[in-house]
Ligand binder design. Structure first.
Ligand code: PLP
Length: 395
């Protein structure tokens, strides 16, 4: 066996680890735990979407779509973007349909960022952004979001911008904290982007999942940002179809051209019949969004009640479908220890908070776990029963 000397991963691949979030789903299955880890709904997708997908397959929409997306789908995205975000975009010039927001982000970075340039990432962050930067050869530079409100220090952000900065990633509503960036915060970031000629990749995949009076503001709607923003979105969360792998990037045509080229050679295209269904999704009437708003408000209420009953302190989310919790007081060695206890002994899978921080060994990163509550009521109720077992471990 010569495996000791055989080269395996590339230098880039060796720089990041396997996704902890996806690993937690595998552990949940192994221990028959209630899976409140990965960000995926366990309830049905809207019937209109499923019917449209079935019809497309029966109609033999089985071959490659246009690489940057089926025209009716791009038209529907443009109309919805105008309606919801107030942005005027040309489906021919500004939209690239991708395999989920995941591909939109990595294709965007590969297309627009050069090796040795820097990309600013707010920490805690959705775990894909670090590897995305590394794959594009760029160096991620982290700026902290500070508990309890997860706001950033303006001076720290100002200092992070330098002559090597090519882009900043903004995710609003934010995974894992549930923060919804305020207009003044976006304006501050926009001011720095314009001053330094820096691009902003905004991941707005949770744009419709908002609580109380939180309002989603698109970075591209901030004056001066239209041409500097790559707006990333997807069917995954709004329409509960994370497995369909349909997303999109909206950008100025000068940015869209390189994104389309990279996208073409990465994946050729997103699944053609599901793009047909995508048009049906983004054409859904207002009632769909207001019903969803109400349903998520109930799910959040139940999740927070469960956490209150179990004595788990949390940061109340303003958007998205996660609750970030500070479990330091339980006295476990770190977030991994409590996560393992939860999945094995309590039967509830969550994500250890350190997967949202760059150095999992830092003190702060060890305090948190993340619950996902995009679940059926009965799933949440089973979690409620099981989490009662955590009580004896309370500090
Ligand atoms: N962006 C954020 C912030 C997410 O939380 C997720 C999934 O959890 C994704 C992107 C992945 O999106 P998609 O399924 O469209 O690739």
């Amino acid at each position: 066996m010569q495996s000791q000397t055989r080269k395996t991963g590339s230098a880039k691949a060796n720089q990041f680890k396997e996704s902890v979030i996806r690993e937690m789903s595998r552990l949940a299955a192994q221990h028959k735990a209630v899976n409140l880890a990965q960000g995926l709904p366990d309830f049905a997708a809207p019937l209109e979407l499923k019917e449209a997908a079935i019809k497309a397959i029966l109609d033999d929409v089985n071959q490659y779509a246009i690489t940057w997306g089926d025209r009716p789908f791009r038209e529907a995205i443009a109309a919805k973007t105008k309606n919801y975000l107030g942005l005027t975009i040309d489906p021919e010039k500004n939209i690239t349909v991708t395999c989920g927001a995941t591909e939109a982000m990595v294709a965007g970075m590969l297309a627009l960022v050069d090796p040795d340039e820097e990309v600013i990432v707010f920490e805690p962050f959705y775990e894909n952004y670090g590897p995305d930067a590394i794959l594009s050869g760029a160096k991620p530079r982290y700026v902290k979001l500070n508990a309890p409100n997860w706001d950033f220090d303006e001076d720290e952000l100002r200092q992070a911008f330098n002559s090597k900065t090519r882009a900043i990633i903004v995710n609003t509503p934010h995974n894992p904290t549930g923060k919804v960036f305020k207009k003044e915060e976006l304006e501050f970031i926009a001011g720095l982007c314009q001053k330094h000629g820096v691009l902003c990749f905004t991941d707005e995949i949770y744009e419709h999942i908002l609580y109380d009076d939180a309002k989603h503001i698109a970075m591209a709607s901030i004056p001066g940002m239209e041409d500097l923003t790559v707006t990333i979105n997807s069917l995954s969360k709004t329409y509960s179809v994370t497995g369909w792998r349909v997303g999109w990037a909206i950008a100025h045509e000068d940015l869209t051209l390189p994104i389309r080229k990279v996208h073409d050679f990465l994946t050729v295209g997103s699944p053609a019949p599901l793009q047909r269904a995508g048009a049906a999704a983004v054409n859904l009437p207002q009632k769909f969004y207001s019903d969803m708003h109400e349903e998520y408000a109930i799910r959040r209420k139940v999740m927070l009640e469960i956490l209150d009953e179990s004595g788990i302190p949390y940061y109340k989310p303003e958007g998205a479908y996660y609750v970030f919790c500070d479990v330091n007081k339980f006295g476990y060695k770190d977030d991994l220890a409590i996560t393992k206890h939860l999945v094995r002994e309590v039967g509830v899978a969550v994500v250890p908070g350190s997967s949202f921080f760059r150095k999992s060994e830092t003190e702060e990163a060890r305090h948190f776990i993340r619950f996902c509550f995009s679940r059926k009521m009965e799933t949440l109720e089973t979690a409620r029963e099981r989490l009662k077992k955590l009580a004896p471990f309370k500090a």
